[in-house]
Design a protein around this ligand. Structure first.
Ligand code: CUK
Ligand code: CUA
Length: 643
């Protein structure tokens, strides 16, 4: 009898399940039909969709290009999580509006000039043994040759350094395998001093170089006094990568003007782009940064320019620390493979990718086997003897990112608008996928580290053309997500980015990132130390010192304390505002009407604002985040009277 009941039960359950799944399937098909989706579309949708509350597997940090910011999104959902303001003010987060963040932004003043934009290109994650450790992110500003440090504990910019020599940079930021140094290479050659020299003096007085910014992981800061620069000829250095594994201690930098061309179309000369591409080859710079770091410690090896140590070309050459290898004309990316033996140089104006073998390079260096010297006295290695091989990939090869399997690399073809999957050891092409359109960088998950994860790839495209609803002549940028988990690559998703050109992205497993949800009470987010204006509940007060008013305020749902602040016209005002909330995500924003003030005060943070009360009147202030049902009541009055 028992057996019979059980049998009946399982038959009914089975039938119900079948009926349910048939119903689900027909619903599924209805939706596909209504929305005009193919089976492939539906599979792609299932691969990227994250149900509400479910987190992504990877973080992607993409450069925000001309916005001077960093964009953070999740993979595979491609949901945007944050804009980290770096070189530009950002009103929501109050970056550039409160005293402490203004101070960081103003660290980026160049030669006394306030600069409020940046051209962010290449984000780089901090590494331990060549593997991403999830602690810091670095990014360069090509337009003003600056590097910023972002602390991933708080996802905030904590430092900006200005290159004391370069006017622009491109080959930054790249880190050495234990984040000992952040590499920044010059792009457009110019005198390293800030003096004027005519274009005719280009060969003698214009220079490029690579700056090695010393990074202190404990402090989370670049130490400018312990940093130095390797002087290089004005070959217009391009992208850079640091060696790892067997090439640890070495660095590699491309260039595109071995011609030393200086332009002058108005004088009847060929334009820059033609002049810089006349020769068949440019130079890959190969240097031993560990040796250079040792040399930089001795004053006799360096000259000081703008208060910064520079190792002259001849000193680097004399100490066997600098070499050149020809490379296919006007290359772009240079990428070291996960174990550090192979270096892939992209053939921007050549259909071939070149794979250099570091062992072969080292052999020539050890045997002092050089084919000659350039006009600056730098030894040149033989191209053929340095190559593992070359492979024809297609037109406009720009960048490379490594896959999980040994020997697999993905490369971007700008002109052909394709991603190519190939084997750099056996020189074989496996697959191609079309991109929309004109891809620049690409990022396979953790694809530039010593431990690539494969799975997904992001194509960072230069054009979007017809991919999205039209919004006028300026289109959003297009980041495309590609599934690389199988043999064949499959395009999954388009993410429009209305922020700026997403040059490069760095990705990392979400499990490696551990951000804080609040600051220790009364923290200055710039220094991560207690703020001098730290104010706890019950300690709110106002002090006058001469014509300077100091206001110690707190914010907590749903109250700003003090509620009235009366000052004399012309008084200097310093306001310290502590968000004394302990609850997660209970940010309060603070503004005073008509004063161009806005700060975002996160739980535990103390924010400081400084201004002059120069207009008489009555100015309400209020909290700008809808933080509770009584949010609108979270207000007060700033009163300025004529004394
Ligand atoms: S990038 Cu900077 S020009 Cu190919 Cu690294 Cu876009
Ligand atoms: Cu605090 Cu609204």
């Amino acid at each position: 009898m028992k057996k019979y009941v059980w049998l009946m039960y399982s038959m009914i359950a089975g039938w119900l399940f079948l009926a349910q799944s048939i119903e689900a399937q027909s619903k599924f098909q209805d939706v596909m039909q209504q929305r005009g989706l193919s089976e492939q579309d539906a599979i792609a949708a299932l691969k990227v969709y994250q149900p509400s509350g479910k987190h992504d597997e990877y973080y992607v940090f993409a450069s925000g290009g001309q916005s001077g910011q960093v964009l953070v999104y999740g993979v595979p959902s491609m949901r945007i999580l944050k804009y980290i303001s770096v070189f530009t003010p950002e009103p929501w987060q109050g970056y550039g509006f409160d005293t402490d963040s203004k101070e960081i932004l103003r660290e980026g003043n160049v030669r006394g000039r306030e600069i409020n934009w940046g051209d962010t290109h290449h984000p780089a994650l901090s590494e331990t043994n060549g593997v991403y450790d999830g602690q810091y992110l670095f990014i360069n500003d090509k337009a003003n040759a600056r590097i910023a440090v972002i602390n991933l504990k708080y996802f905030e910019t904590s430092q900006i350094v200005v290159n004391p020599l370069f006017k622009s940079d491109h080959g930054g930021a790249f880190v050495t395998p234990n984040t000992e140094y952040i590499l920044e290479s010059c792009q457009y050659a110019a005198p390293l001093t800030n003096d004027y020299y005519p274009m005719e003096a280009y060969q003698d007085t214009y220079r490029g170089g690579v700056t090695f910014w010393k990074f202190d992981k404990e402090k989370g800061r670049i130490l400018p006094e312990e940093s130095f620069t390797l002087e290089l000829p004005p070959y217009m250095q391009d992208l850079t990568d640091a060696g790892k594994g067997i090439s640890d201690g070495w660095g590699f930098t491309n260039s595109f003007n071995s011609e030393l061309y200086t332009g002058g179309i108005e004088k009847g000369f060929p334009p820059f782009e033609a002049g810089c591409s006349r020769s068949d080859t440019d130079y890959l710079h190969v240097y031993n940064w560990k040796k250079l770091a040792e040399l930089a410690k001795d004053a006799k090896n360096v000259k000081i320019i703008n208060n910064h140590k520079v190792i002259p070309i001849d000193v680097a050459v004399k100490n066997n620390a600098l070499f050149l290898i020809p490379e296919n004309k006007s290359p772009h990316g240079v990428d070291v493979n996960p174990n550090g033996q192979y270096i892939i140089v992209s053939g921007k104006l050549d259909t071939h990718a070149s794979v250099y073998d570091f062992k072969k390079i080292l052999q020539q260096i050890d045997n002092k086997e050089f084919v000659g010297k350039d006009s600056y006295g730098i030894p040149i290695l033989d191209l053929k003897k340095s190559l593992h091989g070359q492979l024809e990939l297609g037109l406009g090869h720009l960048h490379n990112s490594f896959g999980k399997e040994d020997g697999i690399v993905y490369s971007s073809l700008y002109v052909d608008s394709q991603i190519v999957k190939w084997d750099y050891k056996n020189l074989k092409i496996y697959d191609r996928v079309n991109i929309h359109y004109n891809v620049g960088h690409l990022e396979a998950m953790e694809g530039k580290s010593a431990d690539p994860q494969g799975k997904y790839l992001i194509a960072l495209n230069k054009l979007a053309i017809d991919r999205f609803l039209p919004v006028g002549p300026l289109h959003p940028q297009n980041n495309q997500l590609i599934d690389i988990g199988d043999k064949k690559m499959e395009l999954l998703y388009d993410l429009p980015i209305p922020l700026g050109e997403p040059h490069q992205a760095a990705s990392i497993r979400a499990s490696k990132i551990h951000p804080e949800v609040r600051y220790p009470m009364g923290t200055n987010p710039k220094t991560n130390q207690p703020h001098i204006g730290k104010t706890l509940a019950g300690e709110e007060h106002i002090v006058r010192k001469g014509d300077h008013m100091y206001i110690y305020a707190t914010m907590v749902r749903s109250h700003i304390n003090p509620e009235h602040i009366t000052v004399n016209k012309g008084d200097k005002v310093t306001m310290y505002i502590t968000n004394v909330e302990r609850a997660e995500d209970e940010t309060h924003g603070f503004t005073i009407d008509h004063h161009d003030i806005h700060v975002s005060v996160e739980p535990g943070e103390t924010a400081q604002i400084d201004f002059v009360a120069d207009i008489e009147g009555v100015f309400p202030y209020y909290c700008t985040e809808f933080c509770s049902a009584l949010h609108l009541e979270m207000m007060g009055y700033f009163l300025v009277k004529d004394p």
